[in-house]
Every structure is written in structure tokens, then in C-alpha cells.
Design a protein around this ligand. Sequence first.
Ligand code: SAH
Length: 347
Amino acid sequence: MQIEKKDIRALSKEQLRDFFVTNNDKAFRGNQVYEWLWSKGAHSFEDMTNVSKETRQMLEGNFVINHIKVDTMQRSSDGTVKNAVRLHDGLIVESVLIPTETRTTACVSSQVGCSLDCNFCATARLKRMRNLEPGEIYDQVLAIDRESKLYFNRPLSNIVFMGMGEPLMNYNNVIKAIDMITSNEGLGMSPKRITVSTSGVSKMIRKMADDEVKFKLAVSLHSAIEETRNRIMPFTKSFPLPELREALEYWYHKTKSKITYEYVVWKGINDNKESVDALVKFCKYVPCKVNLIEYNPIDDGEFQQASPESINAYIKALDSNGIIAKVRHSRGKDIDAACGQLANKEV
Ligand code: SAH
């Protein structure tokens, strides 16, 4: 019977050091291999050139490295790059590199498919197959960092967890991945350059606050009226707005970090005065800013982008109440790489 080999990246540095000691080698060997696995992003034991052949073979006999493979890469006319990433078990997720004049942002996935049911999002139509492992999240970032250096001559500057999946439904693995991304043994990136976006899982927002995380928080609000929000994001019935509000107040109290609300304005859904007023009121509870995201149509036409006048009404109202609001135009639309369009169409 063949024993299934363990993914070596599931081991902490301590566990790896212990493994070598138990196998009559030096603990230091654990540090070397750990560096290959994370900061150097080795895909195979063969790559580990400063480790002896015997040790590499011993590792090969005991472990696998479940690294990702960029299956296809598409480039948009606006410079955006979308990677379809194949996981060790054949499943696919997508990640996106978004270049601007001053930044390169990686938009990464946290789950294969999504457990939520936002009616306007293409990813929601894919069943949630499984959570991504920390290494699989980390690898997406590493791949984009390499592409950024290759195509734009600069390293990745920011990361947003706005790809496929709900990061707070895969909390532990997302946190482990961020720990590696920010650690000097990984990419050494500042947590201030990382944003985790949630559709509003209140109890996990509280947990993050308790854990005193240092990255930024974005919340996909889309409506500050319960009934409307429940209709377009049905799962939010389990996370009512007053509960979300309290969780966000708690977050701010603990972290002193401003929240970004993501908000799409749709024709006939939230392009009315009542919705504008409700958002302004909601924004006053906790220091925040609002990103008004352009809608990216996903086929059946149930949702349509509201008129520029309706969007201006939001900007005016938010502005006159001292709340920063910005309109965010989509990037990479021609390759289905924009918000809500990630749906593994090409594979
Ligand atoms: N599940 C998390 C992470 C996904 S982020 C969350 O919901 O925050 C993806 C962002 O794109 C969310 O703000 C989501 O509401 C938004 N989005 C989804 N479908 C969209 C679409 N068709 N057009 C524009 N934005 C969309």
C-alpha cells in the first residue's frame, strides 16, 4: 500500500527542525530547507542546491511540495494579467495582477469557488470545492511578484484578498499565508499593504480584532438597508446589519484601522435616496471610506450599472458628510479579470 506523503509546507519551522534532528541530522538543515520552501519558493527538492543529494532523496521519500502551477496567463489591453492557477489536485483558481503607475497589486483567491451566494458575482455560481492551503495562497502572491518584476520591472507592492472565495471562511489558512508573506522568511511585505475583503462575516471580524491583525479590512456592503442586502446577498440573513455594525465598531476600537466599504450602485436596486441616506448613516458609525465599484456584468442582465447621475448622488451625499468616496473603474474586463468575474471560464 502506498502511503500518502505529507505536504512539507504544512510543517512549521520548528517541526522541520525537529524532523531533521529525529533523522540524525542537524536542526540547522531545517532552516535551510525552510528558506527554500518559502522565501526561495522551490518547486522541488531537486532545486535545493545547498542540500546534499542524500538529504534531498530522504525528503523526497517522505514529503511532497504541493506547489501551484500557472496554467494559463492572459494579458489585458490595460496591462492587467490574469493567472489561472492549477492546484496539486487538478482544481483551478484565478489570481490577478493589477498594475497602475505607482503600484502593482495582486488580487488573490482564498477558496476554490465560494461558499457565499451573492447574486451579482460570477464566482458565487461555482460550488465551493475546498479551502486553499496557506502555501497555495502564498504561491499565488509569489507568482505575481515574479510577473511584476518581469513585466513591470518592480516588485509587487500591494495584495488584496478579493479573488475567489470568502477569506474569513478560510481564516486560519489566510492568516498563516499572510504571516509568511509578511515574515522576513517569506516576502517581508508590510501588513499595511495587504487588504482582506469580506462580505461581512461578523463573528470573524471580531476574531480578527481580537487577534490584533495588522492588515486592512474591506467590507462588501452594497446596501445599508437590511432587506435589500438580504435580497442581493442572501447569506447575509445570518449576519444582520446591526451585528455587522457592532463587529466593525469592535474592530475599530481594537485596531484603530479605518474600514473600506465596497459598494456597487445598481439600477432599480440601490439607486434611490433611501439607499444613499442609509449608506451615509452607516458610514458614520466607524471611520471609513467608500469605494464605489463599477459593475461588471455577468451575463443574464438582472443587475445593471446605475446611471452616472445616481452614482454622483452618492458621491455628493458622502462628500458633504465628510466621507471619502472614490469611483473605482474596473481593470482587465476584456479577460474577465475584474471584480466578480473570476469564474474559471477559460479552463
Ligand atoms: N468574498 C469576499 C472577497 C471577494 S472580493 C468579499 O465579498 O468581499 C470581490 C469584490 O467584488 C466584492 O466586493 C464583491 O462584492 C465585488 N463583486 C462581486 N461581483 C461583482 C461584479 N459583478 N461587479 C463588480 N463587483 C463585484
